[in-house]
Design a protein around this ligand. Structure first.
Ligand SMILES: Cc1cc2nc3c(=O)[nH]c(=O)nc-3n(C[C@H](O)[C@H](O)[C@H](O)COP(=O)(O)OP(=O)(O)OC[C@H]3O[C@@H](n4cnc5c(N)ncnc54)[C@H](O)[C@@H]3O)c2cc1C
Length: 382
């Protein structure tokens, strides 16, 4: 969120400095799946942000390797009613001129031979969608923006004080450095203890903890793109308004997946390893420390049991397990925005959609803030 605000502010002709508390970003923008899936949103504002983000990622990738690959996304239906929802999703996106291709079981098994025939009934494929190498993307993007747009990045620069002096904003870091700017945009992710703690505690925000894992490299397996499964069809926003969503039969679903907010996604990294997740546990901001710091081994086992019903892999040996955290709004709100004083703007709690939607969201926000229209000349024709 911070990086894409910076990118669009620089496009609007502003001199931009980004302050990051860590040696390099290591929070949710690095710990995620890297699935850029506008298909996860019904046609509308957030879907459009996702489409713009996809185009921007590809344009940036064309100039500098930031770890973006256009390998598409596929939703695998396990049950008849999930397959029905995929048909309805296709109709919804046909109307919005967003390409999707229905696939039979045989077509899925041909393109993704690791998928089990006992699991997949049919699928819907979005060939235009992209994936990001999460451990590389934001760092490479910083290097690229530093070189090509002269955006300054200062690491180990935890901001602990922001004062709006009217004609300018004074920003202080915990290492005693002071920066002055006309405008300060706070995109603090899930860190609510340093800046405006009461504001965040009183807002309608909650913290989410996710369990993630990755196998050892499996170069003999080809699992291209973003792989989303039946539990995802039951979870993602784009399905919820479809006519048959309310008719989904819950009986095939393992109740433990509901208890732990588990749905199964896969993303193969460039080294052949397969990222597997995830689960969702929630706490209010003020109590978020109670989510703990432990990787939950039992939840990890449930994720793996579900994953093994979907894929046949030669080995399920894991290389890493980790926790990701993000902040999200409770209820129907999609993001937290505030303007604590004239020249200070906050935007955070974008939830589980930040890698898909941030680029588009921040473009619009910068346009509003500076009353400009950023044309699409910076986007390469696709
Ligand atoms: C496990 C997991 C899987 C996910 N998978 C996907 C996916 O496949 N697709 C998708 O679209 N989204 C996904 N998401 C969601 C996505 O990663 C987030 O929405 C997005 O990364 C949020 O970006 P952000 O910039 O708001 O937060 P962050 O990435 O947390 O960035 C905030 C930054 O601000 C810095 N910071 C905080 N406070 C200060 C301070 N006081 N001073 C200086 N720096 C500070 C932090 O160090 C951090 O680097 C996933 C998230 C997780 C955790």
């Amino acid at each position: 969120m911070g990086t894409f605000h910076a990118y669009h502010a620089a496009l609007a002709g502003k001199k931009v400095v980004v302050l990051e508390k860590d040696l390099q970003p290591m929070e949710s923008s690095v710990r995620n799946f890297g699935q850029v899936v506008p298909s996860g949103f019904a046609p509308g504002r957030w879907h459009q942000y996702g489409r713009y983000s996809t185009a921007l990622y590809q344009s940036l990738q064309a100039k500098y390797d930031i770890g973006i690959r256009n390998l598409g996304s596929v939703y695998l239906a396990n049950t008849e009613d999930e397959a029905q929802l995929l048909e309805e999703l296709k109709q919804q996106f046909d109307t919005a001129s967003y390409l999707s291709i229905p696939l039979s079981q045989a077509q899925v098994l041909e393109k993704w031979p690791a998928v089990k025939s006992s699991y997949v009934r049919s699928a819907l494929y979005f060939p235009q969608e992209v994936s990001s190498e999460s451990r590389k993307m934001i760092h490479a993007l910083h290097r690229s923006l530093q070189e090509t747009m002269k955006i300054e990045f200062h690491y180990l620069s935890a901001v602990h004080e922001i004062n709006d002096l009217g004609e300018k904003v004074r920003i202080k870091t915990s290492r005693g450095k002071t920066f002055e700017a006309a405008t300060c945009i706070v995109c603090n992710g899930r860190d609510f203890k340093y800046l405006y703690p009461e504001l965040f505690e009183q807002a309608n925000i909650e913290m989410v903890k996710l369990n993630m894992m990755v196998t050892k490299p499996l170069p003999e397996i080809s699992l291209p793109g973003n792989i989303l499964t039946g539990l995802t069809i039951r979870r993602y926003e784009s399905f919820k308004a479809l006519p048959s969503y309310g008719k989904l039969d819950p009986s095939p679903v393992n109740p433990l997946t509901v208890t732990h907010g588990i749905h199964i996604l896969f993303k193969q990294r460039t080294d052949g390893s397969i990222v597997i997740g995830d689960s969702h546990h929630y706490a209010d901001v003020a109590q978020s420390d109670q989510l703990g710091f432990d990787y939950d081994v039992e939840v990890g086992k449930i994720i793996l049991e579900e994953a093994k019903q979907i894929l046949a892999l030669p080995s399920w040996d894991l290389a890493q397990q980790w926790n990701g955290f993000y902040a999200q709004m409770k209820g129907d709100e999609e993001i937290f925005e505030a303007q604590p004083s004239t020249n200070i703007y906050i935007a955070t709690a974008i939830g589980g959609k930040g890698m898909t939607a941030s680029a588009g969201y921040t473009k619009e926000r910068i346009e509003k803030l500076y009353q400009v229209v950023l044309d699409d000349a910076h986007l390469q024709p696709q």
